[in-house]
Structure formats: C-alpha cells, structure tokens
Design a protein around this ligand. Structure first.
Ligand code: PGA
Length: 226
C-alpha cells in the first residue's frame, strides 16, 4: 500500500523535528511518502519525500514559487497536485494542474493528482462528470506514472466517509479510464473506519491529512492495514 502523509500547513520547525523522529520509528510494509510544508523539506532524511504543491512555472523570476527543478534538487520524488484546498482557496483550475503535472514529469517527479466532488455535486448526481472532467487533463499527456487520489471534498477533515459502495463506484470509474494507475482514497481515513475501508480491494493506498500528524495513531492504522 502507498500511504501519502499530507501535513498541510502544520508543524513548525521544532515540532517537525520531533515529529520526524517519531515517524522514523514506524514499522510497516506500506510505502510511506511524507509531504511536509515546503520549509520543512530540507529537514527530512531517511523518509521518502513528497511536496504538497509545485509551481506551474520554471525556476526564475517567479516570486514565492517553488519549481519542480528545485524540488528535485531536494530529492522530492512525489508531489501532490490539485488538492481540493488549493482548487478552492487558490482557485487552481484543471488547466493549471495539468501544467504542474507536465513540470513534474520533466523532472521525473511522480504527481499525486487529487480529484473528487463537492457535497453539492454528490447530491445532485453530477459527481461522475466532475471526476471525468478532472481526469480529462491526462488525455493528451503521458499518464503512465501518475498516482490518483480520490478525495470526496465533503469527506476531507469532516470525519464523514462515503459508503464502500460509493467508493467502489468511483474507483471503478477511475480504473476504467486509467486501468494501470494506482488509486488512493483520501478523506477522513482513520482508525475507526479503516477496517471497513480495507474491505475494498480496489484501494491501492491512502492519502492522510489529520492522521499524518499523529505518528502513534498512524502506527495503529498501518497495523490494521497489514
Ligand atoms: P483528512 O485530509 O485525512 O484530514 O481528511 C485528507 C486530505 O486532505 O488529503
């Protein structure tokens, strides 16, 4: 299983150093990918690194941006792109996300593309169209080395998860479009629901937000997965 840990904008320097020490004690068969906030990236050693974002632009005169080339120089192997918080708060569009994926691919960094519908889109039945649209950016680019993370927006940080039937329906849709790509589930995955989630064979791993910040609880989660 692939377990991507999305720290979001959490953990200051001191907190992160102590967190990283605990994280390194974790024992698991799964592949852990740590995605810290940018400024904590140089503090990481001994753990597979991902970023939470990347610039659409190259290295150069783009104040405040971090390019794929720069990430590569810090040994970043994966990058989350299109997280719903960026789509919502930074108004990132599917076209922006496609440009980011291309920049990552130029540097050999594996994109973790987040997709998923809002509560309104779930309730009005348009969620499959939303997901297809979000995946359509991959139509004319090499999609062989991209991880997909299905994260229903209404499930992120809320403690509410879809039913297994709802997850299976979407995973089947994604895998019908991208049969060879790994697909993660994200959105309130935790120790209370992992026994239910793990019954779904189609899930290749998890993208964890809240749980990523608690190494002891994360160890429990990983034990339940094995
Ligand atoms: P959560 O976040 O696990 O706290 O719901 C997941 C995510 O936003 O990637």
């Amino acid at each position: 299983m692939i377990i991507a840990l999305n720290n979001k904008s959490n953990l200051n320097k001191e907190e992160f150093i102590s967190y990283l020490n605990s994280l390194k004690q974790i024992s698991t068969n799964s592949t852990l990918i740590l995605c810290p906030t940018y400024i904590n990236i140089p503090l990481v050693d001994g753990v597979l690194l991902g970023s939470q974002n990347v610039s659409r632009t190259d290295t150069g005169a783009f104040t405040g941006e971090v390019s794929a080339k720069q990430l590569k120089s810090y040994d970043v192997k994966y990058s989350i792109v299109g997280h719903s918080e960026r789509r919502e708060y930074q108004k990132e569009t599917n076209e922006d996300i496609k440009e980011k994926i291309i920049k990552l691919q130029e540097e050999g960094i594996t994109p973790i593309l987040c997709i998923g519908e809002s509560k309104v889109e779930r309730d009005n039945g348009t969620y499959k169209e939303v997901i297809k649209e979000e995946l359509s950016i991959l139509n004319d680019i090499d999609n062989s080395n991209i991880i997909i993370a299905y994260e229903p927006i209404w499930s992120i940080g809320t403690g509410i998860i879809p039913t297994n039937e709802e997850i299976i329906e979407v995973f089947e849709l994604i895998k019908s479009i991208l049969p060879n790509n790994k697909v993660l589930y994200g959105g309130s995955a935790n120790n209370d629901n992992i026994d239910t989630l793990k019954q779904i064979d189609l899930i290749d791993g998890y993208l964890l937000g809240g749980l990523s910040l608690k190494p002891d609880k994360l160890q429990e989660f990983l034990n339940k997965l094995n």
